[in-house]
Design a protein around this ligand. Sequence first.
Ligand code: UDP
Ligand code: MG
Length: 315
Amino acid sequence: MEAAQPTPSLSFIIPVLNEGETLNTLFVKITATVQEHGLGSFEIIFVDDGSTDNSWQAICELATAHPDVRGLRFRRNFGKAAALAAGFSEARGRIVFTLDADLQDDPEEIPHFLEKLDEGYDLVSGWKKDRQDPLEKRLPSKLFNAVACRAGGVQLHDMNCGFKAYRREVLPHLNLYGELHRYVPVLAHAEGFRVAEIPVRHHPREHGVSKYGWKRYIKGMLDLLTVLATTRFLDRPGHLFGGLGLISAAGGFLILFYISCMKLIAGMPIAGRPLFFLGILLMLLGSQLISMGVIGELVIRFQSHDHRGKVIERA
Ligand code: UDP
Ligand code: MG
């Protein structure tokens, strides 16, 4: 049935967890912007991530009344990344937007994203330049961004903005699960896509409550390790583990060398010195890490490499 529908130009994917109060207004705002700017056909896909309020009812009413609206529903809360991934697999538009359901993102920015994509970018991410959230959220977010951008090799102010626009070619390359939605720009950049950022207007939350607190940044740092291991170091685990291992082993060696010299020159005893144990610990840790790197390299050696995923054109 659905296959017979014409392909829309734009898809909007909206993850929803208990946001029943805002969905109708959001629909009206998106529709108004698209029509006002003559942006062509579109579809809105609401993904209900296990809401316990009236969100699903609101989505069903919208989907019944408007053929451009569709809804997906999870049996329980699987998280924003899973909701976005489900939306991506349903989206048919040439350009795919994601935005939050709580009206903090302003649909009037949609044309600006399209202008930036037209400059030749594959992914445009919003930057909540004047962020309307409490300070205890803004400060850790700044720190998180700085670390994640540096480690991930992308230069953005606001990695984790929910408002983004993608060329559809990007989507099959993003394997979003857990809480990896925070690292979409790093994941896309690692696949060779061109990533840009535009400042967007941000509104305070007026309905419902935030689903995330400061704890997200602790989990986020753990996720960063996963992202680095599966992107930058995917082809060379030996460099990640080997690098750390060499630093540790070198530290241990220097300590043991120093206390050996002190024993020989000044006759100072070795046993019983805390430094002695630290030296041994660092040497052992270093050799452990280096051998993990070697095992990682062996695992990769026996995996078939899929080069087609990296090839984009043939002549
Ligand atoms: N969300 C979701 N599943 C979750 C948590 C959040 O679908 O497990 C949705 C939520 O409904 C909202 C968006 O993700 O549309 C962003 O969440 P929120 O506004 O709470 O984040 P904040 O703006 O506080 O960073
Ligand atoms: Mg929000």
